[in-house]
Design a protein around this ligand. Structure first.
Ligand code: ADP
Ligand code: ADP
Length: 225
């Protein structure tokens, strides 16, 4: 099948610090790909380039046949809202909003009316086994609950790709594995692909395929040239 998302020869430096130095990655529809490698190797930068959050200095990112690097900022942010979901480790939930409102937010931003968005959000919270905390604020729930809320929020808009950067990094291993199981089951059910950054083999074990980044370089043996 056509790749859904394909990065080719990405390079990116922050000033004089090289973060990516020729990174390749292919993601097919519905596939869970784990991006592994030591701290500072460029995993997060690769994820951010794939998601169109960071612009590479050179190289290409193709999403469903369109070159993300050639789009305007407005086109890229519109695409992120409709097609991508995000799970990050820190500071990701809005503290002033309830968990339900947090989960409903991406659907609201994509133009869904409040009632419908909140109904979808409630369904996702229930599916992630945290329906009972819908009315609480993020500061009032545990780390594991908060992370499930974050996963619900990433999935609510039925994205084609979910980007997850150390989604279990703040959790103990039992909670981490629960969150990974819920995330990958939900992705398989909805057909979403997942790009997962992790340094934990136990977390990467939930993926269909692993890619290793070292010194800003990654090789993807599945790469279609
Ligand atoms: P990883 O996710 O594998 O830990 P990163 O992609 O976060 O790696 O970082 C790769 C390199 O780029 C590191 O040397 C890091 O310090 C540097 N880096 C990442 N983001 C920035 C930034 N916003 N500004 C400056 N340097 C950065
Ligand atoms: P990770 O745990 O994913 O490797 P980091 O803790 O390295 O992430 O980075 C967290 C945030 O700080 C990211 O947004 C990254 O881009 C930024 N960052 C990382 N390294 C640097 C750096 N040397 N200078 C400035 N910002 C950085």
């Amino acid at each position: 099948a056509e790749p859904l998302l394909q990065a080719t020869a990405l390079r990116k430096s922050y000033g004089r610090t090289p973060a990516l130095d020729g990174a390749d990655l292919t993601v097919r529809a519905g596939e869970v790909v784990a991006v592994m490698g030591p701290s500072g190797s460029g995993k997060s930068t690769l994820l951010h380039c794939l998601a169109g959050i960071v612009q590479a200095d050179s190289g290409r990112v193709c999403y469903r046949g369109r070159d993300l690097t050639a789009m305007s900022d407005a086109e890229r942010s519109a695409l992120r809202r409709t097609d991508f979901g995000f799970v990050f480790q820190f500071g990701q939930l809005v503290p002033e909003l309830t968990c339900l409102e947090n989960v409903a937010m991406p659907a609201r931003l994509a133009g869904t009316r409040r009632r419908a968005a909140e109904a979808q959000a409630a369904e996702w919270l229930a599916r992630l086994e945290v329906g009972e905390i819908a009315g609480k604020r993020p500061g009032e729930v545990s780390g594991g609950q908060g992370q499930r809320v974050a996963v619900a929020r990433a999935l609510v808009g039925s994205p084609r790709v979910v980007f997850a950067d150390e989604p279990t990094g703040a959790l103990d291993s039992l909670n981490g594995e629960r969150v990974m199981r819920l995330l990958t089951d939900a992705a398989h059910d909805t057909g979403a692909a997942v790009v997962l950054v992790t340094h934990e083999p136990r977390v990467a074990a939930y993926s269909d395929r692993e890619i290793v980044v070292r010194d800003g370089k990654s090789r993807d043996l599945e790469q279609v040239s």
